[in-house]
Design a protein around this ligand. Structure first.
Ligand SMILES: [Fe+2]
Length: 399
C-alpha cells in the first residue's frame, strides 16, 4: 500500500443512485414517485418542519404524481431507536409506500433505517453495525433542509439507543443509500442562524477530517478540498444573511453534499470520535460539538500532516507570509477555524457547556474508544487514551 491519497492504488467510490442538486431540485420527487409503484408517500420529518410549511414543496411534488401523502413527524434531534421503530411501523401499515426523509441528519437517518427495517420486518436494532442489512425494497428519497450532515448522500446512520442509556449506535450498509438525494437550497431558507452555523461546521469537519484521513483517496481529496473552500467563503454570509443570500446558502448546500460524498469514501477522524461523549453527556448537538472540538483536534493533528494542514490554511483563506515556515503556516489553519467559530457565534471552548474535570475526560476517552474506534483509527496522528484526555483539556482551556 502506498502513502494515503496515492494515485498508485485503486479506490472504490460509493455513492447514492441519483443526486439532484440545485434550486428547484425538489421537483425530482415527482419523477421519483411516478417511477415507483406506490400509492402513498410517507414523509419522515420533525414537527417543526411539518408545522412551519417547509415540507409543503416536497408534499406538492408527491401529490402532483398522484400519491397520497402521509406524515410521520415524530423525529427529534439525535434520533432514538424507539422512534425509528415507530416510523418503521407506519411504513409497514401503509402498504405500497415510498419514504421521503425531509429535514436535517436526524430525519434523514431515521428515514433510512426505518425504510430498511420495514423491508426486513426486523427491529432496527438488528440492523446496527456494519453490513447487517440484507436489502431494502421500500423506495427511499432524502431531502435535506440544512446544509451540513451530508446524510442525503451517505450510507450511514447514527442513533441513540434508548434501551442502553442513550448510547450512540451506528448502522453502515450500502442499502442505506437513498435512491434519490434531492438537494434543493431553497429548503434551507428558514434555517435559524444557530442551526446554519452548527450544521455548516459539521460539513467543515467532514471535509477537514476527510482531507487528512489515513484512508483518503485522490477522489475524496478533490471533494474535500472544494468543500473546505466553499465553507470558508460562504458559511459567514449564510449564517448572517440566511434567506437574503441565496448564493451563499446554495454553496453551503453544495459544500455539505460534497463533504458527505468525501467522508463516506475516506472515513472521518478524532473529532467525530470525541463528539460522541461530549454530545451524549452535555446534550450538545452533533454539529455544534464538532465545531467546538475541530480546532483543538486539528492542533493535535498538525505535526502529523504539516503539508496537508498548510493546504487547509490556504483553503480557509489564509495567505502565507514571506519567510513563514510550512509548519507555522499549517498552524494557521487552526487559527482560521477559531476565527470562523467566533464569526458565527460558536464558542471556542467546551467550558461553555459545562464544568469538566480530568476524571470526566477519562470517562469521555473510554466512551470515544468504545463507540468510535473506527474514527480514531482513521485519524492522521495516533491517539491513545491519554492523548484524548489532553485534547479535551485543551478544548476546555479554549483558544
Ligand atoms: Fe458529522
Amino acid at each position: 500500500m502506498s502513502a494515503p491519497g496515492s494515485l498508485a492504488d485503486t479506490h472504490t467510490v460509493r455513492s447514492p443512485g441519483h443526486v439532484e442538486y440545485g434550486t428547484g431540485a425538489v421537483a425530482a420527487l415527482e419523477s421519483f414517485a411516478t417511477d415507483h409503484a406506490a400509492d402513498t408517500a410517507l414523509l419522515v420529518t420533525d414537527d417543526h418542519l411539518s408545522s412551519s410549511g417547509v415540507i409543503d414543496a416536497p408534499r406538492a411534488r408527491l401529490e402532483a404524481a398522484g400519491l397520497d401523502v402521509a406524515v410521520y413527524d415524530g423525529v427529534v434531534p439525535e434520533p432514538k431507536l424507539s422512534m425509528v421503530e415507530s416510523a418503521a411501523a407506519r411504513i409497514r401499515d401503509a402498504g405500497d409506500v415510498l419514504v421521503v426523509g425531509v429535514g436535517g441528519g436526524s430525519s434523514m437517518d431515521t428515514a433510512k433505517l426505518a425504510a430498511t427495517a420495514a423491508t426486513a420486518d426486523e427491529s432496527p436494532r438488528e440492523l446496527l453495525g456494519r453490513d447487517n442489512v440484507s436489502g431494502r425494497s421500500v423506495p427511499l428519497a432524502l431531502v435535506p433542509t440544512t446544509a451540513g450532515t451530508g446524510s442525503e448522500v451517505t450510507d450511514v446512520g447514527v442513533f441513540a439507543d434508548d434501551r442502553d442509556g442513550g448510547a450512540k449506535k451506528v448502522a453502515f450498509s450500502p442499502h442505506l443509500f437513498a435512491d434519490l438525494a434531492a438537494v434543493d437550497p431553497d429548503l434551507t431558507k428558514t434555517m435559524p442562524p444557530s442551526v446554519a452555523a452548527a450544521t455548516g461546521l459539521d460539513a467543515l469537519t467532514h471535509a477537514v477530517e476527510s482531507y487528512v484521513s489515513l484512508d483518503r483517496t485522490p477522489y475524496t481529496d478533490t471533494l474535500a478540498r472544494r468543500a473546505v473552500e466553499l465553507v470558508a467563503e460562504n458559511l459567514r454570509p449564510a449564517v448572517a444573511q440566511g434567506e437574503h443570500n441565496d448564493a451563499a446558502r446554495a454553496r453551503m448546500s453544495l459544500a455539505a453534499t460534497l463533504a458527505g460524498q468525501a467522508f463516506i469514501n475516506s472515513g472521518l477522524g478524532a473529532v467525530h470520535a470525541l463528539t460522541y461523549p461530549l454530545g451524549m453527556e452535555c446534550d450538545l448537538g452533533h454539529g455544534l460539538a464538532n465545531g467546538v472540538l475541530l480546532p483543538h483536534v486539528m492542533a493535535y493533528n498538525v505535526p502529523a500532516e504539516i503539508e496537508r494542514f498548510a493546504g487547509v490554511a490556504s483553503l480557509l483563506g489564509a495567505e502565507r507570509r514571506p519567510g513563514e515556515s510550512t509548519r507555522a503556516f499549517a498552524s494557521r489553519s487552526v487559527d482560521a477555524v477559531f476565527d470562523l467559530l467566533s464569526d458565527v457565534d460558536v464558542p471556542t471552548s467546551i467550558a461553555a457547556y459545562g464544568e469538566f474535570d480530568r476524571a470526566t475526560f477519562e470517562r469521555f476517552a473510554d466512551i470515544a474508544f468504545e463507540h468510535s474506534a473506527h474514527n480514531i483509527a482513521a485519524n492522521p496522528r495516533r491517539m491513545d487514551r491519554g492523548d484524548v484526555v489532553s485534547v479535551f483539556e485543551s478544548a476546555a482551556a479554549g483558544r
